[in-house]
Design a protein around this ligand. Structure first.
Ligand code: CA
Length: 379
């Protein structure tokens, strides 16, 4: 037994040694550089959210794992959650300056630096996730995004998507547009602009302070993402006190939620072509993968909110949505008129939607209408 075991162990050791020798030798068909030990690139990625945060953080982690595996360890990306290396609102600057080679964030956070950036995250009453991805990758969207960030030495990639969001949690019943007047709500980006125009008070509060702000009544309403993230935040527990919270849909303000993977231009250009391709393909995969994760886990969280926590989940009245839609169109036109690049992005999105939506009507939309009409009522 002992001899047999030892010989087995020796075989294993020999195998490891042989494998070790082989790794350093050029093999047939390899290029001239294969004989030298592969250069290992060590990058930092800073995020605008905590590490392992549902969807947003887990997606970035998987991106880094895929890059490490596909590059056989030649490109290692260490991920820093919000505040670990830089505060969440300094992710863009950190990547621009090269403090970190990569960032994971949302474009609309940078509207103070790049007014046109708001168009890349989501447009109220705009394109869906599938349409947005088609525009980005086959409709000139990504080129415009890269043009917007070029002055900052940043190359953006679409880096995840939340899908259509929820309209948010409201401490007050919304029956007409008048109910939004004076309402203090955390709602950033273009949605916040629209909300202000209909008489609301948009307040931008970091994610970490949202729960306490709702609990103490600093704000009356909050939109964050959707069931997957909102359940993790615990908003469902807020409705148990003196205020009854209602969870409204649909997320007119964010019919899609594109996230971004930012890469410092110099760092990207320093990579050999195969590692550049790995970053690009891993980003593309991360973009789709996060959407898949959101659809699967938001559905589960929605059930929990409904059945376990008894949350009152209901649609916004159609006439309220219609007013918000009209105001959205005006906000978009105003931003497009005030910034040359924003104008071109808006025009590009409008043109793309004009030829995509009619086709969606006879495919995705037609199928969903049929499914809804023919399915048995839910029991
Ligand atoms: Ca949101």
């Amino acid at each position: 037994m002992t001899i047999k075991f030892m010989s087995g162990a020796l075989v294993l050791i020999l195998a490891v040694l042989l494998a070790g020798c082989g790794a350093g030798e050029p093999t047939a068909g390899s290029d001239a550089g294969a004989a030298a030990p592969a250069k290992v690139y060590r990058w930092k990625m800073v995020m605008a959210w905590p590490k392992n945060f549902p969807g947003l953080g887990t997606g970035a982690e998987r991106f880094a794992e895929h890059v490490a595996t596909m590059s056989a360890g030649r490109l290692k990306i260490h991920i820093y959650g919000a505040g670990e290396l830089v505060p969440p609102m300094e992710v863009f600057d950190a990547v621009s300056q090269g403090t970190a080679e990569m960032g994971h964030s949302a474009a609309y956070y940078w509207k103070g630096k790049v007014p046109a950036s708001v168009f890349f995250t989501s447009v109220p009453f705009g394109m869906t996730t599938a349409e947005t991805n088609a525009w980005l990758h086959y409709g000139g969207g990504l080129e415009l995004w890269r043009e917007a960030y070029a002055p900052f030495n940043i190359i953006p990639f679409a880096g995840g998507n939340t899908g259509v969001q929820m309209a948010g949690w409201f401490s007050k019943e919304i029956n007409s547009l008048a109910d939004l007047k004076g309402l203090k709500m955390r709602i950033p980006g273009l949605g916040g602009e629209v909300f202000q125009r209909v008489g609301g008070q948009p307040i931008n509060i970091p994610g970490s302070e949202l729960y306490i702000s709702m609990e103490t009544g600093v704000i009356d309403a909050v939109e964050w993402v959707g069931p997957y993230n909102d359940l993790a935040f615990g908003f469902q527990n807020l409705g148990k006190g003196q205020r009854t919270l209602r969870y409204y849909y649909p997320g007119w303000q964010e019919p899609t939620g594109t996230l971004e993977l930012l890469v410092n231009k110099k760092a990207f250009e320093s990579l050999p072509a195969d590692l550049q391709a790995i970053v690009e393909v891993a980003a593309r995969a991360a973009n789709q993968d996060m959407m898949d994760e959101y659809i699967a886990y938001s559905a589960r969280a929605y059930r929990d909110l409904l059945e376990r926590y008894g949350v009152d989940i209901r649609p916004l009245p159609m006439d309220v949505l219609e007013s918000l839609r009209q105001e959205s169109a005006k906000v978009l036109e105003d931003i497009a008129a005030s910034d040359e690049l924003a104008g071109r992005i808006h025009a590009s999105q409008q043109a793309f939607a004009a030829h995509t939506v009619p086709y969606q009507r006879i495919t995705e939309e037609a199928y969903i209408e049929v499914r809804r009409a023919l399915e048995k009522p839910l029991e």
